[in-house]
Ligand binder design. Structure first.
Ligand SMILES: O=P(O)(O)OC[C@H]1O[C@H](OP(=O)(O)OP(=O)(O)O)[C@H](O)[C@@H]1O
Ligand SMILES: Nc1nc2[nH]cnc2c(=O)[nH]1
Length: 185
């Protein structure tokens, strides 16, 4: 077997499952209900933050009970690492967000640098109201601003390096069907 595949199988075998699939599905249903209740009359412009937001967005969209205009953007600052660096925009949004309510969807709010930068970008491009939704909020005191929270949070998870449901380990295992923590990290 290819070395990287063997390494990734080992990572999964040794990982701790912090949140199982059923618990994640329950959290996504609750997120969808909360977002629908709050935004159904706001005609929000929804942005999936690639790559990590892909799975959550794909599972949320069919559960939102109103007509949704869905777009994507790509900003990254972890790449293949387990600590964040400078935010790099890989794809800035093209949709006109002037005077719109914007909903940004991502897998995780860790330090929050990524979501803050995207929200600032949207406000600078005319969005009248910017809301954020994440599957996971990692619990620690290193947030970009003290007390920083998303508007909609699925799960609060301990301060480990996570993969699964969109989150990768060295580019792999975004497909893992739960929230896992890498052994020793
Ligand atoms: O709250 P922060 O500390 O800023 O970290 C959160 C960001 O980190 C991950 O993206 P990453 O940079 O790994 O890009 P990717 O989603 O393309 O893998 C994740 O998808 C969030 O966008
Ligand atoms: N995969 C992954 N990406 C992150 N980006 C910020 N924190 C994390 C994390 O714990 N796991």
């Amino acid at each position: 077997m290819n070395d990287i595949v063997a390494e990734m199988n080992q990572v999964m075998a040794e990982a701790d499952c912090l949140v199982n699939e059923q618990q994640v599905q329950t959290a996504i249903r609750t997120l969808a209900d909360d977002i629908s209740a709050r935004l159904k009359d706001s005609n929000p412009l929804l942005f999936c933050v690639m790559n990590g937001g892909l799975i959550l967005t794909g599972q949320l969209l069919p559960r939102l009970a109103f007509p949704v205009q869905a777009e994507y953007l790509h900003a990254t600052r972890y790449r293949q690492e387990t600590t964040g660096g400078i935010l790099e925009w890989k794809l800035q949004p093209e949709a006109d967000m002037n005077d719109r309510t914007v909903l940004i969807i991502d897998d995780i709010l860790d330090e929050g640098t990524t979501l803050c930068a995207i929200a600032d970008y949207c406000r600078a491009h005319g969005a009248s109201n910017v809301l954020t939704a994440v599957l996971v909020d990692k619990q620690h005191d290193r947030k970009a601003r003290p007390g920083l929270k998303a508007d909609f949070t699925g799960l609060e998870v301990e301060d480990r390096f996570l993969f699964g449901y969109g989150m990768d380990y060295k580019g792999y295992w975004r497909n893992a069907p739960g929230i896992y923590a890498v052994k020793g990290l």
